[in-house]
Design a protein around this ligand. Structure first.
Ligand SMILES: [Zn+2]
Length: 141
């Protein structure tokens, strides 16, 4: 084995040993990492001290999560984070579908169960029944 391969092998096994029992990159850390990069890029243009401090805090907290040994606590935080992201995620999916089918259909969200309901466009005032919870509401399509 040549020197470079040997080094990279040793580096990887040391890294694996170091990361053993640590939290690693979970969804929340990945998201925070992305936010930190965005802040850094914004700061390249604005050179603003407050944005830089926000970057340091976000990045610092990301590293803290990744290297944390309190996996149970980080896991429950990550679950809360995923719960929090559910609504914005479902909203952005709805907007995408709305745009894709903008000529043929309209989408509504059931107020009872948050189910997305697609109805054909141009039918006038109609009563819509939610297929999930049978909640009824009237919309103009
Ligand atoms: Zn419903």
């Amino acid at each position: 084995m040549d020197k470079v391969k040997q080094f990279s092998y040793r580096f990887r096994s040391n890294m694996a040993r170091f990361m053993y029992g640590r939290c690693g990159f979970d969804d929340m850390a990945r998201f925070l990492n992305l936010v930190a990069i965005i802040l850094l890029v914004i700061n390249m243009f604005l050179n603003n001290r407050i944005i830089y401090i926000m970057f340091l805090l976000t990045y610092g907290y990301t590293l803290f999560r990744v290297f944390s040994k309190n996996i149970a606590k980080r896991y429950s935080e990550n679950q809360k984070f995923l719960q929090l992201m559910k609504r914005p995620k479902s909203m952005s999916k709805l907007i995408q579908m709305q745009w894709r089918d903008r000529k043929t259909s309209r989408y509504y969200v059931c107020k009872e169960c948050r189910q997305h309901i697609r109805v054909p466009k141009g039918k006038g005032r109609i009563e819509i029944t939610c297929p999930n919870c049978k909640n009824k509401f009237i919309k103009t399509t």
